[in-house]
Structures are given as structure tokens and as C-alpha cells.
Design a binder for this molecule. Structure first.
Ligand code: ZN
Length: 580
């Protein structure tokens, strides 16, 4: 039997959420013609919401209807409704809309929690020690898999090698993804399993890093070369995927993220989301962008799906990859890398191929999101959008994912055709030193240029790119308003002219991100008629310093007017939860 995503609040669930049943006066009960009271009034909150025009509005109470939508919002002196079914005293706590992560990788986030996490390692030796310990603790695993390492954080100016990895893994194959997902580190057994030798050519859009002075593979596989190994990995079983998805949902909920744009959904990912939806275990909202035109058609057929499971899942469009990342020198640049003068990066397709794929999606009204990191990649997408806009008219909301390095001359072009700049503030803090090495000092004017792109007329939609960066929107808000990392560096902020106000950054993580997924009439603000997705947090973010902002704790996460997560560990029971 299909699980119905109910709206009538079950009494047990209401009491678990701290709601108080409102007893009706005897006279009211006697009047047979009076309908039973409905709705939940949450009073005495310090409410903050984007106003949809770039500012922030305050309120003190919120009425949730039986349909999980906001029935009304009340400022200090507004009259409250007389008859409601439940009341909750907010005790003055700060309430904000659920954060929306405009760019994440949902299944990879879950799988990262099931494999070896090297994201906290600060040296190669520390990483090798962790890998050896993990290998010893998991003797049954046929492959050692993991992710999150970064040679820049290790203080190395080269990639680690297969021989180094062999010292920790012995003869068992191992493959460890680099933090940006654009490269992987294989040991000798993994290279052998994939048949990669000195004679193997680099695949299109990929590179097999070679040992100095030879053709022998060194162990590092960049961009499309990763697929040589990935094809040999044991495929996760459907039950593994379900476990990973459950872990991923928890990551988002505990960080106050109520909706995410999943960038690169495969048919297997989609089926995992659907299985959860069918069983009532789909707790958050996901707007999927299929990982290519083939998956797009396989998942959705003739056009984007409607929102399914009471607004929790839809296939919105397609994600296309035009280039790689800066860290692995895959980003496509107009001029050669400052630290690799022979290379301008790894475009994954030609301009014509890109135009054809965008056209294939747009003709059936799928939304198009293109990954573009280098300045050449960004100008190429902008040109494609310019050309396609002649044919595909109307509200298209073309998305450029990352938009990291934009040539100053191209910034104004973001204002044309309603382009959405889907950017990740945490990347700026993590990558700025590496970006200076890759580009040199004179090509950074349009790097992570949030303010300039916004001024040019682009809609900003902010996200984390989780698992590349943690799915922590309050960390992102701190970076967005300070241009400083968790170490408060550099003093005064990096390229501080690109800093945003709190209201601007807050909007990019809420109403802007909702707009970017065609959901601004449902999500992103706390206003009448929108979904009651909100958080309680432990401080007022409008008066917090960057350091205080990144320490913000989410204490409760509510979706569709029902508490989906609470910091003390109690979550809505699955099976009928998120439903309501
Ligand atoms: Zn990404």
C-alpha cells in the first residue's frame, strides 16, 4: 500500500513536537455549527525571513495550516487567530526558513559516510596511517574506498603516488577520490585491475598522471580517467544505496538544509529517492538535475516531472559538465595555467557538443545547469545561452554551476537572459591560495565574484557542493559576508569588494536557491501560502560576527509544518514521519 503523505497532524506526533492541544471553551463546543479548530500556531518567536526583494523581514508568530503550508505570518502587533488546534510557545527562539543547498551531491554525501573519510587529514603521513588502520579494521572489503583528501592541505605541490598508497594497503586495490571529485588516487593493485599501464592513452577529457621522465602511471587519475577504475569497482547494491541515502538525509537535516538541488542524479539515484518516497522515508526535498541527457530522458521521459511525494521530489532538468576543477587543473582557462604553462585545462566537450546537449534538454523544457569553473568555460556557456535564447524563449533560468573564474569582460553577460549564478562561498575560502597559484596574481578580478555577478543582474543561488565542502549553510554565510575562512584569514577578507551583506547572502541560501529550482512560490521564505519549512537556531544571525555566524547551531528542523529533526537526537519516526 502506498504511503500517503498526510497533513492532519497525528496527536502523538504533535505532542512529541512540544505542541499543546488547545481545549475549546464549552460554549464553542456546544455550538454544533462551529467547525472544529484547525492549524498550529507557533508564538513568541524571533522570526526572520527574506522578503524576496533582497531585504529581511521580522515576525513573531506563524500559523501552519492542515496542509503543511503557512496559513499566516504575524508581526508584533498583528491580531492572532482565536481558534487553533495546537499552540507551541517558541520561547523567544530564532526562527528562519529552511536553508536550501543549491548545489549538492546527495548520494555521494551518503556514500562518503560509508567509506573512508580523509577530509580532516593534514599530511600525507597522517592520511597513510588512517588508510592503513581502516584497511586493517575492514579485512573483508575487496576494495579500500574513500574520499576527501587534498594534497594542498597536506602541504604538497604534487599528487600522491601509487607506491606511497601501496605502503598502507599492501596488495589490496584502493581508490581514493580527491576532495573535489575531479581526481582519484589509485594504488598499484587498482591500476592493474583497471589494466592501466604505460601504454594506456589518456581518455578524452581525462588525464593519467605519469611518473616524471616516463610513461608509467603515477597513480593519480584526473577527470574522465577516473572512469577507468570506477568501471572495475563493485557496484553498490540497492540496499547499500538506501543506507547511503538515509545517512545523507540526516546530514542535510542536522545542518538545517530542508531542500537540495542534486547535481548529477543517475537513474539509480532517482530510484533510491523513489524507494524512500514510496515507503514514507523521503524526509527532505530534492530537485534533481540528471547527470546527463540519457539519464534525464530515462528518468523523466518527455519533460520535467511534477513535484512528487507532497513536494519532496522532482526531476527539474539536466546537469552538464563543461570542464573540470581548478585543483586538478581541469578547469578550462582562456590563458595557460600560471603554474602549468603548457595547459589551459580539460574541456569535456566542444562548444558545438555543449550547444547540442543544451538544446536537447531545452526543447522539452528541462532546465539546464552547466558546470563551468574556468573563465573559458564560463564564456563558452554564456555564448551558448546567448545563442539558444533566440530559439528557446520564455522563463528558462539557465544555471551556471560554480561560475568560479569569470573574465571581467564576461561578468556583465550574466545579466542577460536571466542567468543564475549557482555558487558555493565555502570554495572561496578553501581554494583562494590554490587559485592564486593556478592563475597568478593578475587574473583574480573575476574569481568567486559574488557581488559583481549580483550587480550585473545574475540571481545568486548558494550551495555547498557537498561532499566537496560540508553542507553547512551557516559556515557558508560566514564566508559570504566576510571573505574569510574558519581561521579568520586573510585579515580584512580576500578581495573584500566581493563580500555580501547578510541579507544578500541569506537570500542566496533561501529565496535565491528556491528561485533557481523554480520553487519560489513554495520554498525559500516564510510567507503565507508557502511550505512551512523552517529552523530554530541558537542565535540572531543578523547581529552575529562571522565567527559567531559559523558557530550557529540548528536546534530543530521542520519540513511541511512537522518537526523532522531535533538536536537532542530525536527525529520524526520514519515510515510516517516527514509525512504528516
Ligand atoms: Zn558539484
Amino acid at each position: 500500500m502506498a504511503v500517503k503523505y498526510r497533513h492532519a497532524l497525528a496527536p502523538a506526533l504533535a505532542i512529541a513536537a512540544g505542541l499543546v492541544f488547545v481545549a475549546q471553551p464549552a460554549e464553542a463546543r456546544k455550538k454544533k455549527d462551529l467547525p472544529p479548530p484547525t492549524g498550529t500556531l507557533i508564538e513568541n518567536v524571533s522570526g526572520l525571513t527574506p522578503d524576496g526583494k533582497g531585504g529581511v523581514e521580522r515576525f513573531e508568530a506563524l500559523l501552519i495550516g492542515e496542509d503543511g503550508r503557512i496559513a499566516d505570518v504575524y508581526a508584533a502587533n498583528d491580531k492572532r487567530p482565536e481558534r487553533v488546534a495546537y499552540k507551541l510557545d517558541g520561547a523567544g527562539r530564532v526562527m528562519v526558513p529552511g536553508m536550501i543547498d543549491a548545489h549538492g551531491h546527495v548520494m555521494a554525501t551518503g556514500f562518503a559516510r560509508m567509506t573512508l573519510d580523509l577530509s580532516m587529514t593534514t599530511s600525507l603521513d597522517e592520511a597513510l596511517a588512517r588508510i592503513a588502520a581502516y584497511a586493517a579494521a575492514n579485512p573483508e572489503l575487496p576494495w579500500i574506498l574513500g574520499s576527501g583528501w587534498n594534497q594542498v592541505t597536506w602541504g604538497m605541490d604534487r599528487f600522491p603516488t601509487a607506491a606511497e598508497l601501496d605502503t598502507a594497503t599492501g596488495g589490496r586495490p584502493a581508490f581514493l577520490e580527491r576532495v573535489d571529485g575531479h581526481g582519484g588516487w589509485a594504488n598499484t593493485a587498482a591500476l592493474a585491475a583497471a589494466g592501466i599501464t604505460a601504454a594506456t592513452r589518456d581518455p578524452a577529457g581525462g588525464q593519467i598522471i605519469r611518473l616524471p621522465g616516463s610513461q608509467d602511471p603515477a597513480g593519480m587519475l584526473v577527470d574522465n580517467a577516473k572512469a577507468l577504475i570506477e568501471a572495475k569497482l563493485p557496484a553498490p547494491r540497492p540496499s547499500d544505496r538506501d543506507t547511503a541515502f538515509a545517512k545523507a538525509q540526516l546530514v542535510f537535516l542536522e545542518n538545517g538544509v530542508t531542500a537540495v538541488a542534486d547535481m548529477g542524479t543517475t537513474i539509480e539515484d532517482w530510484q533510491t529517492f523513489r524507494r524512500a518516497g514510496d515507503l514514507g522515508n523521503l524526509r527532505m526535498r530534492i530537485a534533481s538535475y540528471a547527470g546527463g541527457v540519457d539519464d534525464m530522458v530515462l528518468i523523466a521521459g518527455p519533460g520535467p516531472t511534477p513535484w512528487l511525494y507532497d513536494g519532496r521530489l522532482k526531476l527539474a532538468g539536466v546537469k552538464l559538465w563543461l570542464d573540470g576543477a581548478l585543483g586538478s587543473r581541469g578547469a578550462w582557462l582562456k590563458q595557460p595555467y600560471a603554474d602549468a604553462p603548457g595547459s589551459t585545462g580539460l574541456p569535456m566537450m566542444t562548444e558545438t557538443q555543449l550547444g547540442n546537449l543544451m538544446s536537447r534538454a531545452a526543447i522539452d523544457k528541462f532546465q539546464v545547469a552547466v558546470h563551468a569553473i574556468g573563465d573559458k568555460a564560463n564564456s563558452t556557456v554564456l555564448s551558448a545561452i546567448d545563442e539558444l535564447s533566440n530559439t528557446y524563449k520564455g522563463d528558462r533560468r539557465w544555471r551556471i554551476e560554480h561560475a568560479q573564474i569569470v573574465a571581467p569582460a564576461d561578468i556583465a553577460r550574466f545579466g542577460e537572459h536571466g542567468v543564475i549564478a549557482s555558487m558555493q562561498p565555502q570554495h572561496e575560502a578553501s581554494d583562494r591560495i590554490m587559485a592564486e597559484q593556478r592563475l597568478g596574481p593578475n587574473r583574480l578580478t573575476g574569481a568567486y565574484a559574488w557581488k559583481s555577478l549580483q550587480n550585473a543582474g545574475a540571481t545568486l543561488a548558494f550551495g555547498s557542493d557537498v561532499p566537496v565542502e560540508p553542507a553547512k549553510p551557516f559556515l557558508g554565510l560566514a564566508v559570504a559576508t566576510s571573505r574569510q575562512g574558519v581561521d579568520d584569514q586573510p585579515p580584512g577578507g580576500w578581495q573584500p569588494q566581493e563580500r555580501l551583506t547578510f541579507a544578500e547572502a541569506f537570500s542566496a541560501y533561501t529565496s535565491g536557491a528556491a528561485y533557481a529550482m523554480f520553487a519560489e512560490d513554495q520554498l525559500g521564505r516564510l510567507a503565507k501560502g508557502l511550505r512551512a519549512d523552517f529552523l530554530f537556531i541558537d542565535r540572531d544571525p543578523t547581529t552575529a560576527s562571522p565567527a559567531q555566524l559559523r558557530e550557529t547551531k540548528v536546534t530543530e528542523t521542520w519540513i511541511n509544518g512537522v518537526r523532522a529533526w531535533k538536536a537532542d537526537g530525536s527525529t520524526a519516526p520514519t515510515g510516517a514521519p516527514a509525512s504528516r
